[in-house]
Design a protein around this ligand. Structure first.
Ligand SMILES: NC(=O)c1ccc[n+]([C@@H]2O[C@H](COP(=O)([O-])OP(=O)(O)OC[C@H]3O[C@@H](n4cnc5c(N)ncnc54)[C@H](O)[C@@H]3O)[C@@H](O)[C@H]2O)c1
Length: 326
């Protein structure tokens, strides 16, 4: 089977290409990526072809998708704060780009698996978040992700396209970049801890998230492609691991070692949800064999990966570690 991964040079995409390349039954793997946040270097040593270009380019998409048996659509302009800075850019890549990918798949009836986000639940406070709950996006990013899954499921209903829309929660692990304004919380905290710098927490730190290790996420995605898993409704891709940011800091500082980190609190950010925890019964029904990597193990793997990067190599005495350039 040949698989196209849009956003294949990004954090989750490159981990997925690596996972697919180790799976029997997978032939050609094409990573379509415009390298806006992804890096060609993420695919080093992975048996995947990188096609540099945009999902907004209909001709290129058609070409790339023509040889595929499955498309895993991860390309997006991620992050809530990025969408607050430029809502239209998020809409264009996330919503319009998804329709373009769907249309390329529709021409050949190609199975499509797409990344939605837990942010679609927004201000709905019920826990755990079950797929039957209403959606109330709090940010342009969340609205664009709701559009992603709505278009994907509508193409399934209207044209009989085999589709699966997965709501990712907080995914973390190797290749997730730190050291930039829109960094996710796990790499941002690890980066600060390894440099001995203070951690920045927006709000009181009691907000909760459902963290999912990237290795678990890509195993589900690869299984979905190989078994052509479909679903008429959206599916949470997380396992109910609800942890506050304060607890995350505690667990990370145990893994990293050394003195407890200093934490600076800033005002809570617009668009951020308060609590997040997935109901996983629909996911487990579709993927009965999935065994999630526990949080302690996933955090340890992630810290080990960071420690192997040149930016975090031990410095001569007296010199602080450089800021992460990932
Ligand atoms: N990481 C998470 O916790 C999380 C949570 C919820 C949803 N998601 C979704 O998962 C997907 C992957 O996210 P990620 O964390 O790996 O982020 P990422 O930024 O590392 O990956 C996105 C990739 O898409 C590429 N891209 C952006 N615009 C493109 C375009 N026009 N054409 C082609 N490629 C383009 C980027 O260069 C990047 O490689 C995204 O759809 C994101 O919205 C991620």
């Amino acid at each position: 089977m040949n698989v196209v991964v849009t956003g294949g040079a990004g954090f989750i995409g490159a981990n997925l290409c690596r996972e697919l390349s180790a799976r029997p039954g997978v032939g050609r793997i094409i990573a379509l990526d415009d390298l806006s946040t992804g890096r060609a270097g993420n695919l080093e040593g992975v048996d995947a072809e990188l096609v540099e270009g945009s999902i907004l380019d209909a001709g290129l998409l058609d070409d790339v998708v023509s040889s595929a048996d499955a498309v895993v659509h991860l390309a997006a302009r991620p992050s809530v704060p990025r969408s607050l800075a430029d809502p239209f850019a998020s809409h264009e890549v996330n919503a319009t780009g998804t329709v373009r990918v769907l249309e390329a798949c529709r021409r050949r009836g190609t199975h499509l698996i797409a990344a939605s986000s837990s942010s679609v639940y927004g201000s709905v406070s019920t826990l755990p978040k079950h797929e039957d709950l209403p959606t109330r996006p709090l940010s342009p990013y969340a609205a664009s992700k709701l559009a992603v899954e709505a278009y994907v499921l509508a193409h399934g209903a209207s044209f009989g396209l085999p589709v699966l829309a997965l709501r990712f929660f907080n995914v973390y692990g190797p290749l997730q970049p730190a050291g930039h304004a829109y960094a996710a919380v796990v790499p941002a905290f690890i980066d600060a801890m390894l440099r001995g710098a203070p951690l920045t927490v927006f709000g009181d730190g009691l907000q909760t998230r459902d963290f999912t290790y990237v290795g678990t996420v890509v195993r589900v995605l690869a299984d979905a492609a190989l078994r052509e898993v479909t679903c008429a409704g959206p599916v949470n891709l997380a396992f109910g691991t609800r942890v506050s940011l304060r607890e995350l800091i505690q667990r990370l500082s145990e893994v990293v070692g050394g003195p407890p980190p200093t934490v600076h609190h800033l005002a809570a950010r617009a668009g951020d949800v308060r609590d997040s925890q997935a109901a996983d019964d629909v996911l487990r029904g579709l993927f009965p064999d999935v065994v999630p990597v526990p949080l302690e193990q996933g955090l340890a793997e992630t810290v080990r990966w960071f420690r192997g990067l040149p930016a975090y190599a031990p410095q001569p005495a007296g010199e602080p570690a450089r800021a992460g350039s990932l």
